[in-house]
Design a protein around this ligand. Structure first.
Ligand code: GLV
Ligand code: MG
Length: 348
């Protein structure tokens, strides 16, 4: 159940009211950068317009000694980078703050919102355990927005990366009208679940299904005979559960990080699985993952052309028609409309 709207009434007079309908803005690739890394920071201005989202990462992968420098670096980048962040920008500005049980999260928000709140589109909150974490961030943002005189609410995105967060996924999605979406955090989630993997996202060669053995003429199984093995997707259940929870609450699901930067083929496969299951985007940890994400999370020209043919053939949208030997009806029309709507949003 979504808590009542009154619960989220901003505490402070003048704070913007969070939207109930999250605007659809392309966010196929959320490109992570470390604002304390001077080399990475110097490349940010050239990336504006070339990627849907740039995310200044303050959490894991930033050394404890660099937390303050990363926060200050992000303020500088937000203030100085033309065209980055805000409602009309070609590239959104997001941040991943430190987790709420760390000594840095409060300072992250109290520093960023007054300094660059007008540019900041989304705050990604890691290691979210339940609705209470979102309520805390929501109330804090309302106060900080009111104090800073902001007229546009900053949205919230949660990373699903603890077993408890998984168990509470529906209440997290509905915890605030600020909720924009969820990302899978496969590395932390694997550790929290005590999975026996040592990688950041992607599959595992040991997680497989082997074809049944052939049987000889006496009906005895030939265990030693060569057999095909099929690698399975470790993340299928989690992504499907996340997609359902997001769809139920009208917010957006995302795949997360794919750590094997060199393996662009497996990266594309993992992203495509997430796209087909309903995700709208993913993280990019290296510039070469941006193009993969933009390509995979855009419907193909062929799929859109087919979807438009079905829409046209279905007339008033009811009944059934045959197209290329296949039956199309009200339900296949709805799938086609998802594809057409996405193509139109991306083209806008
Ligand atoms: C991302 O934060 C992850 O833990 O995979
Ligand atoms: Mg993590």
């Amino acid at each position: 159940m979504r808590p009542s709207k009154d619960f989220f009434r901003p505490l402070a007079v003048g704070a913007p009211t969070p939207p109930t309908d999250i605007p659809a803005r392309p966010s196929r690739a959320i490109h992570f950068f470390d604002p304390s890394n001077a080399k990475m920071a110097a490349k940010i201005p050239q990336m504006v317009g070339g990627v849907d989202v740039l995310l200044g990462n303050l959490e894991d992968a930033v050394k404890a000694d660099n937390k303050v420098a990363a926060r200050e670096g992000l303020v500088r980048i937000g203030q100085e980078t033309e065209g980055l962040g805000g409602p009309d920008s070609p590239t959104q500005l997001w941040t991943r703050i430190n987790s709420l049980d760390s000594p840095w999260a409060l300072d992250d928000l109290t520093t960023l919102v007054p300094a660059i709140g007008h540019k900041l589109d989304v705050v990604m909150v890691p290691k979210v355990q339940g609705a209470e974490d979102i309520h805390y961030v929501d109330r804090l943002l309302a106060q900080l927005e009111a104090k800073a005189g902001l007229d546009r609410p900053i949205l919230v995105h949660a990373i699903l990366e603890t077993a408890r967060g998984m168990a509470n996924v529906e209440e997290i999605c509905g915890a605030s009208p600020r909720m924009q979406g969820l990302s899978l955090g496969p590395a932390d989630l694997a550790a929290d679940r005590r999975m026996k993997t040592t990688r950041v996202g992607g599959g595992h060669p040991g997680y497989l299904v082997r074809q049944d053995p052939p049987r000889n003429e006496l009906g005895v199984a030939e265990i030693e005979a060569p057999r095909s093995v099929f690698q399975q997707d470790l993340w299928h259940y989690t992504i499907a559960r996340m997609v359902d929870a997001c769809a139920m609450h009208g917010i957006y699901p995302y795949y997360g990080p794919f750590g094997d930067i060199a393996d662009v083929v497996a990266c594309e496969d993992q992203f495509r699985n997430a796209f087909l299951l309903g995700c709208v985007g993913t993280w990019s940890l290296h510039p070469k993952q941006i193009a993969i994400a933009h390509r995979v999370f855009s419907p193909s020209v062929e799929d859109v052309a087919h979807a438009r043919r079905v829409v046209a053939a279905m007339g008033d949208g009811t009944g059934a028609v045959m197209l290329d030997g296949k039956m199309e009806d009200d339900a296949s029309l709805k799938q086609c409309l998802v594809m057409v709507e996405l193509a139109e949003q991306l083209a806008a």
